[in-house]
Design a protein around this ligand. Structure first.
Ligand SMILES: [Zn+2]
Length: 279
C-alpha cells in the first residue's frame, strides 16, 4: 500500500494517526511508511491533499504521476498547428540568440523536479517578443496556476493541487506577494499560503510541488540588493530582446502535442523509460 492509499483506506486523517500506523508497520518489518513519514516535510498538507483528491480517483492518480509522464502522454494528442509550432519556436529562440537545446533541457529539468533554487524558468524581455506564446502550451498539458495580472497582485490560495505555475509579466510590488514568501516558494520551502486571514487554522504551510515558469520585463527588482540576488539565485533566466510583429505568431495555435514532442525529443535520457513502456 502506498502512503496516499493508506490515508484513504485507513482514514489516517491526522499526522498522529499516520505516525502510529507508520510505526506499527515498521515494527512488523515494513519500513516504507516510516521512511515516508520522516521524509515528508509537511504531513498535514499531504493528508489534506489526499483527502481533497479522494473524491476524484482520476485526479488522485494524476496527482501522483510525475510531470514528465504527463508531458510524454501529451505527445500522442492530435497536432492542432499543422506542424507550424516547432519551427516558429525554434526561430524565436534563434533570433534571440538562445540555444534551443539548452532552453528545452531547462524546461524538462524544471518539469522533472519540485521547485528548488535555480530551476524556475523565467523569460525576460519586452511584451512583444512571444515569451508567453512559448509557454502557453503548458496550460493545455497541465493543471496550471496562472497569474494573469502584472504587479503580482494575485492570490496564492489557488496554488494547492496545481501541477505547474505560470506567472505572466511578473513584477515585484508592495501589493503583491512579499519577498520572503517568494524566496521560500521559489526555493521549494514551505510557506504560509494565507487562504483566509480570519481562521489561522486555514493559514497552513504549503509545500510547493508545482514547477514555476514565468515571464517578466526584467529580473524581479527589489530595492535591497541582497534580496534581489537571493531571488536571482532561484531563477534560470532567458533574455529575449527581439520583438516579433504580433501577426507572425498569433495565428499559430498553442499546440500541446508539438510542444511536448519538442521537449521530449530534445531530452531522450529523461524519457527513455517511458518510451520503453510505450513500445
Ligand atoms: Zn502541432
Amino acid at each position: 500500500m502506498k502512503a496516499h492509499e493508506a490515508v484513504v483506506a485507513l482514514k489516517l486523517d491526522t499526522p498522529i494517526k499516520f505516525e502510529a500506523y507508520a510505526r506499527a508497520e515498521a515494527n512488523a518489518g515494513r519500513k516504507e511508511m516510516l521512511d515516508f513519514f520522516h521524509g515528508e516535510k509537511n504531513l498535514r498538507a499531504f493528508i489534506k491533499k489526499v483527502e481533497h483528491f479522494e473524491s476524484s480517483p482520476e485526479l488522485l492518480e494524476r496527482s501522483t504521476r510525475p510531470k514528465l509522464d504527463l508531458l510524454f502522454l501529451a505527445c500522442s494528442k492530435p497536432c492542432v498547428c499543422d506542424g507550424r509550432w516547432i519551427p516558429a519556436a525554434e526561430e524565436i529562440l534563434h533570433q534571440n540568440g538562445i540555444l534551443s537545446s539548452y532552453f528545452k533541457e531547462r524546461v524538462a529539468l524544471n518539469l522533472a523536479k519540485v521547485p528548488k533554487k535555480g530551476l524556475a524558468v523565467f523569460l525576460y524581455g519586452p511584451t512583444t517578443c512571444a515569451k508567453s506564446w512559448l509557454l502557453n502550451p503548458l496550460i493545455l498539458i497541465f493543471k496550471c496556476f496562472v497569474s494573469q495580472q502584472a504587479g503580482s497582485s494575485f492570490q496564492l490560495a489557488g496554488l494547492p493541487g496545481k501541477e505547474v505555475v505560470i506567472l505572466h509579466e511578473f513584477e515585484m510590488s508592495d501589493k503583491g506577494v512579499d519577498v520572503n514568501t517568494l524566496k521560500l516558494w521559489w526555493g521549494g520551502e514551505p510557506f504560509g499560503i494565507g487562504t483566509s486571514k480570519a481562521f489561522s487554522e486555514e493559514n497552513e504551510d504549503h509545500t510547493p510541488t508545482a514547477p514555476i515558469f514565468g515571464t517578466a520585463p526584467e529580473a524581479p527588482y527589489h530595492r535591497n540588493k541582497l534580496q534581489r540576488d537571493m531571488l536571482a539565485r532561484r531563477i534560470c533566466p532567458f533574455t529575449f530582446w527581439k520583438t516579433i510583429p504580433e501577426e507572425e505568431v498569433k495565428d499559430i495555435p498553442d499546440c500541446p502535442c508539438c510542444f511536448a514532442k519538442w521537449i521530449v525529443d530534445a531530452n531522450p535520457g529523461l524519457f527513455e523509460h517511458l518510451k520503453e513502456r510505450a513500445d
